[in-house]
Design a protein around this ligand. Sequence first.
Ligand code: GDP
Length: 532
Amino acid sequence: MPDSSTRVAAEAARRRTFAIISHPDAGKTTLTEKLLLFGGAIQMAGSVKGRKAARHATSDWMALEKERGISVTSSVMQFPYAGRIVNLLDTPGHADFGEDTYRVLTAVDSALMVIDVAKGVEERTIKLMEVCRMRDTPIMTFINKLDREGKEPIDLLDEVESVLGIQCAPVTWPIGMGQRLKGVVHLVSGEVHLYEPGRNFTRQDSTIFASLDDPQVEARIGSDMLAHLRDELELVQGASHAFDAEAYLAGRQTPVFFGSAVNNFGVQPLLDFFVEHAPSPQPHETTTRDVAPAEGELTGFVFKIQANMDPQHRDRVAFMRVCSGHFSAGMKAFHVRTAKEVKLANALTFMASDRELAVEAWPGDVIGIHNHGTISIGDTFTEGEPLAFTGIPNFAPELFRRARLRDPLKLKQLQKGLAQLSEEGATQFFKPMMSNDLILGAVGVLQFDVVAYRLKDEYGVDAAFEPVGVATARWVKCADARKLEEFRDKNAVNLSIDAAGELVYLAPTRINLQLTEERWPDVELRATREHA
Ligand code: GDP
């Protein structure tokens, strides 16, 4: 039964679904902890990392992450704040995982960019920003580590504007920095939030004065600093932009906040502003029509698959972003790609305290669906309408290796492992039509190590990856069945089947690809496979 759309609209309107983007070490994990603290989800800061480790305690998998200093697991955290429900989708941290991150960003309505005050705009931030720009994702900015010396705030705004090409609208402004950090001024409310080392650690509010004119402010920060601050603010207000909700929502302007995540300072003004101004769930495009969040029937798409979250159960969890309607535990949904009705039993929600069985979910929420490999990234679920959400591409990998098995008796496990791991989306698996090779494609070199490690750890298979003569991959599409048949016959040596059963042309060289494209004008060789 479809839900009343007023209820759905109301629930959608209070959702805020976002991701944090940053260069490694800027403070994403620390800020996440503090945000959860405000959501009342965890008692003590410092437990995000602990929680991650605990979840994988039965597996060595985290050892690889630690060794490499990277985080390849990502998760969803939900917490209530000020009458809203905030969904924070974690993005994998390492540069090699760009594709995963890309897909997470298709499932959010806005993003929060964290910048280290000393380092400014770093390379990974630039890349992530490009991805956000493709979809005009609204972005707020948090400039972190104000308790340390860093670049001049004015210079930082300049850097963001020139390097990232987005207008800055400072919402808070720092009073001093490093040893001299005294607080921030809220440029919209006029409030002064004092920085008191040691006191901002916990959830309690910092000392707040209504305005700079409060005589106590002068007493606390000193008359020299106050005079300097007033001059600076005049300059800033002349040189920067005032907050403009429309420009922010269009992705042209970023509101900027200053603070120190580890000291829990400047985080609350950010969160308050975020829940008030960040967009609620937006309409999503499908191949046939746009789906509005307030529609009564459940729709959603899968943006991530994680295998073996619980090594004992060998389960796979498909992460589905709800786009419209209402999910309730045990309901049936239509899996569009397979045209089958499936019961969504045992779906998970992601309250920050733990993974929990989902009772209900609304637009903007993410649910985890257990499955045994029947669900793929990009799949759409509805209550019967054959929709297909667009915009979740599978990129052509740029690096290829042939899997070499040390124990030939383990071929079955190897195939199974490669197929399952590639469903998570970071690697792609190809079976050539004319040989018994198993070829793995990836966007980054590190992926091969990760796969080798996980094959051993989770499937008990000892495999190595060796170079293979493949330059690039193209998904083959052709409306004319006879032409396609002919293409298959003539090019069988270079054709493979991917894990989803799609036909793929593995070109030995770029020149070969070019010649093939010229020779077969009616056959489309696509660099991405749109999940549909
Ligand atoms: P991530 O890689 O972006 O998740 O960064 P982390 O949150 O792990 O932080 C990287 C390092 O910076 C850690 O050692 C943090 O303790 C430290 N850090 C985070 N926020 C602050 C801050 O406000 N001030 C200072 N001085 N250090 C911070």
